[in-house]
Ligand binder design. Structure first.
Ligand code: CA
Length: 219
């Protein structure tokens, strides 16, 4: 999404972004930008600071109150850069005017890549477990011999984590940290319960072994 009140700049960015394969929404005011964020959930916001109604700083603040969408600031003055860096608005990057549209597209791609889990970058996010299972990270879908199997959110996350670390024995604590996060107050049984569900839903063909005294190993 491009929030920029100068039509020439907005159209230029629009053109280059479309050429790079992105769909682009334009908003010429801060208010319109916020409305678009609300209703369209863009993957990234390119945000001009000098807008006719509220400035880009305020727009960013309001976006941040409800969304973690990456924000790339367009700035015209050095003083604005200091503010971007100083206010800790959660801006992901900035470019100064005048800019090269190619440079902006490159920054956009870099930011979007950063936001993706490691595995989703490889092979379009499609991971395999043996011949029978596919884990589609992007679509959050698991298929057994082509048929989708419905998994709960954490079950999917656990399977994805195990798949990314195929062949490695992972302790229950490593799995808790990797899937639930280090600040999760669960215990080992949380992992066991989810493993049991995975085995039940995906069947005996799933090569998920219990490693005694350690935890689990996939593949
Ligand atoms: Ca402007």
């Amino acid at each position: 999404m491009v929030v920029e009140d100068e039509p020439n700049i907005a159209d230029l960015l629009d053109m280059y972004l479309r050429e790079a394969g992105f769909r682009v929404l334009q908003g010429a005011t801060g208010a319109r930008g916020l409305e678009l964020v609300e209703h369209h959930g863009p993957a990234l916001v390119i945000l001009d600071i000098g807008l006719p109604d509220v400035d880009g700083f305020e727009v960013c603040r309001r976006i941040r109150a409800r969304s973690a969408v990456p924000v790339l600031f367009l700035t015209a003055r050095d003083g604005e850069i200091d503010r971007i860096l100083g206010l800790e608005l959660g801006a992901d990057d900035y470019v100064t005017k005048p800019f090269s549209p190619r440079e902006v597209v490159a920054r956009v791609k870099a930011i979007l890549r950063r936001g993706q889990p490691e595995a989703a970058r490889a092979e379009g996010g499609l991971l395999r477990i043996g011949d029978d299972f596919e884990v589609d990270i992007g679509r959050r879908e698991v298929r057994r011999r082509g048929d989708a199997v419905a998994l709960a959110t954490r079950e999917f996350d656990l399977l994805a984590h195990l798949t990314r670390n195929q062949g490695l024995a992972l302790s229950r604590q490593q799995l808790l940290d990797g899937v639930w996060g280090a600040d999760w107050y669960g215990d080992d049984r949380t992992v066991d319960v989810h493993v049991r569900q995975l085995r039940k839903k995906l069947g005996d063909d799933l090569p998920l072994a219990t490693v005694w005294g350690i935890g689990y190993r996939l593949g």
